[in-house]
Design a binder for this molecule. Structure first.
Ligand code: SME
Length: 150
């Protein structure tokens, strides 16, 4: 499915006005189903007081990384910078938290609300170097659409 169609489905999900976590879970399911190279799709949500990220809704193998400090791993770096990170080969990354030996690459996209980091979309792939600008554009567009939920 192309970017435009996925974004239209996201709009439809947001229009239903379900509880936030069920909307986020539906978005995870949609992305994993529609994009072949997305093997784990989840949200990490900023806990301001603790200065860490808490695992939110996700699809894929359970992870033990339910809390990640800001600055740690790819997820924590995106929380610190507020900028999308694409890691095409996780074995080349020093500040990386491994979730599964099957993961070869990762993209993490921040959700910014009024310019401030509030959450992120984290996607792991079992494919080597699969991410293009299309992934970045799709996920950044979704992040913008959902920012009001946080
Ligand atoms: N690989 C991430 C940790 C989260 S798991 O991918 C679910 C990182 O380096 O921050």
């Amino acid at each position: 499915m192309n970017t435009e169609n996925i974004l239209a489905l996201v709009d439809a999900l947001l229009a239903i006005k379900k509880p936030v976590n069920s909307v986020l879970l539906e978005i995870c399911k949609l992305l994993k189903k529609e994009v072949y190279h997305y093997d784990w799709v989840g949200f990490y949500i900023l806990n301001h007081a603790e200065n860490n990220l808490e695992l939110g809704p996700y699809v894929g193998k359970p992870t033990e990384h339910t809390h990640i400090a800001v600055g740690k791993g790819v997820c924590g770096q995106v929380a610190a910078s507020g900028r999308t990170m694409i890691v095409q080969d996780v074995s080349q990354m020093d500040n990386y938290i491994a979730c599964s030996i099957d993961v070869q690459s990762e993209i993490v996209v921040p959700v910014l609300k009024e310019g401030k980091f509030v959450a992120e979309i984290d996607i792991d792939s079992h494919s080597p170097a699969p991410f293009t600008n299309n992934d970045k554009e799709l996920l950044e567009a979704i992040a913008e659409k959902i920012a009001y939920l946080f």
